[in-house]
Ligand binder design. Structure first.
Ligand SMILES: [Zn+2]
Length: 308
């Protein structure tokens, strides 16, 4: 090999190495993946129930555990054993149905490290009863498959007020109370990492507390309601009158979600927890146009498994 060929080879090697380290730097960037974007507990073909994951330094922070959250993490290529913290915004089934299942199935998939869970009462009782209900499986896998005991891994923290929730080497998490009657308390969460600030609204009416929490954030994921379609939604169910009144009293219209995003000065508003979740007459453009009634930043119509 002559000197010039050697130098070319060396240059190629250097550039391959720097590509690899650039790749590593990219992997360290905080990721937000929407796991489920449909509102309401009714299982649907079109979208999964509420859940999202934030990944920082290969550590997964899961926010809400709607039905199918463990499988959605698998579809998103997030290793279940990397689940480290779980946050529930409130105790409605479209946000918590698979809370216990996520921990249990992640453990069956190899999770062997501590998991902290955070959310409104009765989170401790729910956790205790869930593991009690499933003790047959858990005990048999510890005895027969050599798995570490599951219960000592799980640390439950009930939240009753807003403020600092937790902080570790990757993220600072703060919460605020939002208004989602009749469930009290209900929370929105903010995640600040070295490179990003992400707010998850949970379910709420238009919330001044959320405006304060989301101040200057890069991304606000907000639950939204398309009010003109509500009558079509409730027409399909026998308890229509009560359901309509309940939705109107505890959700935010997509126009008001835009208002909150504008008031908070966020860069990007991500629409999610769509109510209705699967009305073919509402196009993405209709959601965007309604959000832009008050909001001047960028609007994303959230989809299951979308990374933002
Ligand atoms: Zn709810």
């Amino acid at each position: 090999m002559d000197r010039r060929a050697f130098l070319r080879g060396a240059a190629a090697l250097v550039s391959a190495v720097s590509c690899a380290s650039a790749g590593k730097a990219q992997a360290a960037k905080t990721r937000l993946i929407l796991l489920g974007t449909g509102g309401g507990p009714r299982p649907r073909k079109a979208s999964s129930a509420s859940a999202q994951v934030i990944i920082s330094n290969n550590t997964a922070y899961v926010i809400d555990c709607g039905n199918g959250v463990a499988r959605q993490l698998v579809f998103a290529d997030v290793a279940l054993r990397t689940v480290r913290h779980i946050f529930l915004t409130h105790q409605h089934s479209d946000h918590n149905a698979d809370y216990g299942n996520l921990i249990w199935l992640a453990w069956a998939a190899g999770l062997a490290t501590r998991v902290d869970t955070w959310g409104p009462p009765p989170l401790k009782k729910m956790t205790r009863l869930f593991f009690e209900m499933n003790a047959t499986d858990i005990d048999s896998r510890i005895a027969n498959e050599g798995r570490v005991p599951l219960l000592p891994l799980v640390h439950v923290h009930e939240l009753r007020a807003g403020g600092l929730v937790m902080r570790d080497e990757n993220v600072k998490v703060t919460a605020t109370l939002v208004n989602h009657p009749p469930l009290v308390p209900a929370f929105a969460y903010r995640f600040d990492t070295a490179d990003r600030s992400i707010v998850i609204s949970g379910d709420t009416t238009r919330s001044d507390n959320l405006v304060t929490l989301a101040q200057g954030a890069e991304v606000l994921v907000h639950a939204v309601l398309y009010t003109p379609a509500l009558d079509r939604l409730v027409a399909r169910v026998p308890n229509a009158t009560a359901l309509r009144a309940s939705i109107m009293a505890n959700q935010t219209s997509v126009e008001d979600a835009g208002w909150v995003a504008q008031a908070a000065g966020v860069k990007t508003l991500v629409l999610s927890h769509f109510v209705p979740a699967d009305d073919p007459e509402i196009t993405d453009q209709m959601w965007i146009d309604a959000a832009r009634t008050h909001f001047r930043g960028s609007v994303i119509v959230g989809k299951d498994l979308m990374e933002i």
